[in-house]
Design a protein around this ligand. Structure first.
Ligand code: SF4
Ligand code: SF4
Ligand code: FES
Length: 280
């Protein structure tokens, strides 16, 4: 009997090549099993725990966290509402950077390392990924409210230039996610919550100060109570804003200029001194 020479079958190699190519493609697209390093614990204590779950096309970090919650960790605390980048509830630190979980796609993150998700650090920790952001809601009412001038027409309406309307429109996009507050070193590292309102509320103050109908002057408040001087224009807040509000250049710097004009202009300082003496 003649032995037939064994030749390697091409089929398995093609399959292997296909599998390897598919795996590489999946990894690049963020598909397949992915590991998530989630912060677990309460009241400021805790640790990272690793969970592995299957990622599919188009998934965002919030999808993966919810999948882990459904499959492996029913007691995981996570806050979210809209899943559309509009409610500002799902703020967290993803791979160390303040971001919205619902707007961070897995294929934007390195596929070959775990995705870390931890709570914001500038506010008190409640449980797992949830922080208590209520300080922000106490700060807001301390800012002098909108004070419009009397209407321009007998029918109770005003006349304003489009250019003036456009200037404040950007600030109105804020979704109060507080990611800018979280990244600001004055709050995060120096804990100046009693003396500094943070970038979110400087944006809010700017929206009021630059509003074409507003008549209130908030410069003294910004300087004395709201700590605008603590901001040293690092621009970290602008970099993390999911609404791409130019927080530093368009809100904080113009407010600082108003404070400087009002309080550090020698002529105005002299006028204030004289007025003060007259009142005294
Ligand atoms: S620019 Fe000012 S407000 Fe923004 S993060 Fe830096 S210090 Fe904070
Ligand atoms: S200014 Fe931007 S980062 Fe700050 S709270 Fe508003 S949307 Fe969030
Ligand atoms: S769930 Fe609303 S912004 Fe993410």
């Amino acid at each position: 009997m003649t032995a037939t020479p064994q030749s390697p079958s091409p089929a398995p190699r093609a399959v292997d090549a296909y599998t390897a190519a598919q795996q590489a493609q999946d990894a690049a697209a963020g598909h397949g099993a992915r590991t998530f390093r989630l912060w677990r614990g309460a009241d400021g204590t805790g640790e990272f725990r690793d969970y592995t779950t299957e990622a599919i096309d188009g998934m965002v970090v919030l999808d993966a966290v919810q999948q882990i919650q459904a499959e492996q960790a029913n007691d995981l605390a996570v806050r979210w509402n809209c899943k559309a980048g509009k409610c500002g509830s799902c703020s967290a630190e993803i791979n160390g950077k303040p971001r919205l979980m619902c707007m961070t796609r897995l294929d934007e993150l390195p596929a070959d390392e775990p995705v870390s998700v931890e709570p914001m650090r500038a506010f008190p920790h409640v449980r797992d990924l949830v922080t208590d952001v209520s300080w922000n809601f106490r700060v807001k009412p301390t800012i002098t409210r909108f004070t419009p001038r009397p209407p321009d027409a007998p029918d109770g309406t005003w006349r304003i230039d489009q250019e003036d309307v456009d200037r404040v429109q950007e600030f109105r996009k804020c979704i109060e996610c507080f990611l800018c507050q979280d990244v600001c070193h004055v709050l995060r590292d120096h804990h100046k919550h009693d003396e500094f309102i943070g970038p979110r509320f400087l944006v809010y103050a700017a929206a009021l100060e630059m509003h074409p109908l507003d008549t209130a002057d908030r410069t003294a408040q910004l300087k004395e109570e709201h700590g605008i001087g603590y901001c040293n224009i690092t621009k970290c807040c602008t970099k993390v804003c999911p609404e791409h509000i130019t927080i530093t250049d368009n809100a904080i710097i113009p407010l600082k200029e108003r404070v400087v004009d009002e309080f550090f202009d020698p002529l105005k300082a002299l006028v204030r001194l004289v007025r003060g003496k007259r009142r005294g």
